[in-house]
Design a protein around this ligand. Structure first.
Ligand code: PLP
Length: 337
């Protein structure tokens, strides 16, 4: 089965399982797990931040960041379609009493800096206190344009806001743009990175920030039930990914480009490539169910909708790409669209 629904579907490789099985462990709630401590430090070093904290999911890492930056009655600015606003179960509101101020994205995925500035509320008892700007990189597979994060975080800082980056796929952004991870993290008070997406680990995210921020986030992690015990076993999988699966993200990006090129001239679907590991297809509504079935019959799992996201990852091989192209071409040739 070729699974293109997400890059979360990757399974740990034999070498990763081997590394996990060898991990030295201790009770991480007591700060005793050497593998977790070394991994957190390695990620922090690479990202140019002072400290890191290991989480079971990106959702919990983002939520702990929100809870650490904001008090009840505060608000954070985020994209209308950002994961932290739209895809995390309303955790900020449900668990933190924090409200979102969502903003529409520009075509390139950014939140226009003038709109960010206009959304920041002045000191007035009618308003929630605007405390935080949260950005996402990559957003829908797109790398934030060079210079944008610097401008946006500068405006936030000038108004006394903290800044958070949801970098679930920031390694993809680094590899695609050739800019070091630490450069992409610059200007943000906190950054969340995922190891369970294209990097191929079964579990794990890291929240980064300065020592004081991470100390406070550690309290929230415990409160949220994210204090884990002999969790070096999981951190070892993430560490293996950090050592062996970062540069290879370029293969996923190549596969995405090959896929987009292979589909570009099919009449009836609109193909949008991006510079990382996703291809977006505009599919006529009438074709969605039949296309999904046709792909499944050829061993390809995809969540087909009017906007279909195909995600390339570690478990999609060089040989799979032409098979995916052929299956899609076949469907549209036969349906005579
Ligand atoms: C996957 C993802 C997360 C975190 O997701 P978890 O499934 O909770 O690890 C956060 N932000 C973005 C943009 C993501 O894609």
């Amino acid at each position: 089965m070729i699974d293109l629904r997400s890059d979360t579907v990757t399974r740990p490789t034999p070498a990763m399982r081997e590394a996990m099985s060898r991990a030295a462990v201790g009770d991480d709630v007591w700060g005793d797990d050497p593998t977790v401590a070394a991994f957190e430090a390695a990620v922090a070093r690479r990202a140019g931040k002072a400290a890191g904290l290991f989480f079971p999911s990106g959702t919990q890492s983002n939520l702990a960041a929100l809870l650490t930056h904001c008090q009840r009655g505060d608000e954070f600015i985020a994209g209308q379609h950002s994961h932290i606003y739209r895809d995390e179960g309303g955790g900020a509101a449900a668990l933190g009493g924090i409200q979102a101020q969502p903003l529409e994205h520009a075509l390139d995925g950014t939140l226009p800096v003038d709109k960010v500035q206009a959304a920041i509320k002045g000191e007035d008892i009618h308003h929630a206190r605007t405390r935080l700007l949260a950005l996402e990189n990559t957003f829908r597979g797109k790398v934030l344009p060079e210079g944008y994060a610097e401008r946006a975080t500068a405006v936030a800082r000038a108004h006394g806001l903290a800044t958070h980056l949801d970098g679930a796929r920031l390694f993809n952004a680094a590899v695609a743009s050739g800019r070091p991870l630490a450069v992409l993290c610059q200007g943000f008070d906190s950054v969340s990175l995922c190891f369970s997406k294209g990097l191929g680990a079964p579990v794990g995210s890291v929240l980064l920030g300065d020592e004081a921020f991470i100390a406070r986030a550690r309290r929230w992690r415990k409160t949220l039930g994210g204090g884990m015990r002999q969790v070096g076993i999981l951190a070892a999988g993430c560490d293996h990914a950090l050592e062996h699966h970062v540069e290879r993200l370029a293969e996923d990006h190549d596969h995405a480009r090959q896929l987009a090129e292979g589909l570009a001239d099919i009449a009836g679907i609109e193909v949008q490539a991006c510079e990382t590991n996703m291809v977006f297809l505009g599919v006529p509504e009438a074709d969605c169910a039949a296309l999904q079935e046709c792909l499944a019959a050829r061993g390809i799992q995809a969540a087909v909708g009017v906007t279909t996201r195909l995600v390339l990852h570690l478990d999609v091989t060089d040989d799979d790409v032409p098979r995916i192209v052929a299956a899609l071409r076949d469907y549209f040739d036969r349906s005579g669209v």
